[in-house]
Ligand binder design. Sequence first.
Ligand code: F0G
Length: 442
Amino acid sequence: MTVQAASTPASQLRCIACGAIAAKAKADFRCPACGDLLEITYSNWSTDPAALKRIWLQRLTSTLGLDQSGVWRFRELLPSLDARSVITLREGNTPVYEMPRCARIAGVERLYAKHQGMNPTGSFKDTGMTVAASAAHAEGFQWVGCASTGNTSASMAAYAARGGMRSLVLIPEGKVSWGKLSQALDYGALTCQLKTDFDGCLRVLNEVVQKMPVYLLNSINPFRIEGQKTAAIELLEQFDWRPPDHVIVPGGNLGNSSALGKAFLEMKELGFISSLPKISIIQAAGANALVRTVRETNGTRLISVHAETAASAIRIGSPASWKKAVRVLQLTGGAVEQVTETEIALAKAEIGADGIGCEPASAVTLAGLKKLVQRGFVKPIETVVLILTGHLLKDPEFTLKFHRGELFKRDDEAKILRAQQRAPVVLDATADAVIQTLKAQL
Ligand code: F0G
């Protein structure tokens, strides 16, 4: 069974700064007139939310690949592409979990996590990649490329392989977790470890795509943003179209917060919802470019930082989509917050103890929520959704080091974390030894 689109939207590329319309993107996805980022806008959207809600639900029982994708299921709000060009791994369709213990820890009554780590390659990147990689495919590219802290590269390599394209990965040497690097290798990417950080990799890639026929798949590519919007649409559907009060998201290069914000704003404009959730963005204190930009310049000028954090996915000093993210903060009334390395590690273990688990970058959301509650920005009676961006198994080294007590050397830090640590116990191979260890825990 297939369910046809209600109507196919016409889309165009518009510069976020000067408003110039670009018929086709340049290789670096920058505005030809002023060099700023582009976004996709639509001119003939269906304006019948009730009909679309019905169609989207019907697709849940369809056997068509496009309908089974949790991204393409919402294709009426995406750029239209020939179905034959679409590369899908049945991405999206991610669960929303109740987080009762974390709720008590943070001091709110209703806390949920939308786990984007449950995507095919283990991170939210898949939702954007299916759209942007399909656009590359439709344009006939043989090669795609990205700079990455790990997850983008894993996702891109998978979608490129599925679409019969080659992929070029630029990652900072020694700063990407083995879980993610191994994915890029297995999916057949040409993987280059550069002696620089993520920001340096992005600079190099920018030059490469202007000199070689390689299609850029970082989140400055606006097709990525359109795909990532669908997590917000799916979330609203899962909440029966009653938006939560707060959505809390980690901030790295700031594509994801921009995408979720764009989705909520569009859903309101189209009449799917009547109020907006406040979107708050949390960064590691060691990679806090957006936090400083908002606090020190009121969001008018980017303050780049030298980024350092064990949450390697968000180890980014000069976020490309900062202007889009500032706009989302302003339009939804969200906040920014920064959290320390100890706070991230603790929050990650607490999410794990709720039976969910995530990678370190995702855990900044819970750590940030605690602070937003303390400062009164989030009220205990409000409904909060954390966006968990990556799977627990993405960064097993971090988790093992944490539980073995090897992550922090300072006594005060180690003390805060000890209660959450569950190091493996080495025993003689006897039932007695196991029983004694078990009894000590009863
Ligand atoms: N969480 C995870 C697990 C990520 O991998 C990233 C970004 C973010 C959060 C931040 O999202 O950049 O949209 O603000 N990872 C990138 C990568 C940059 O290369 O995989 P953002």
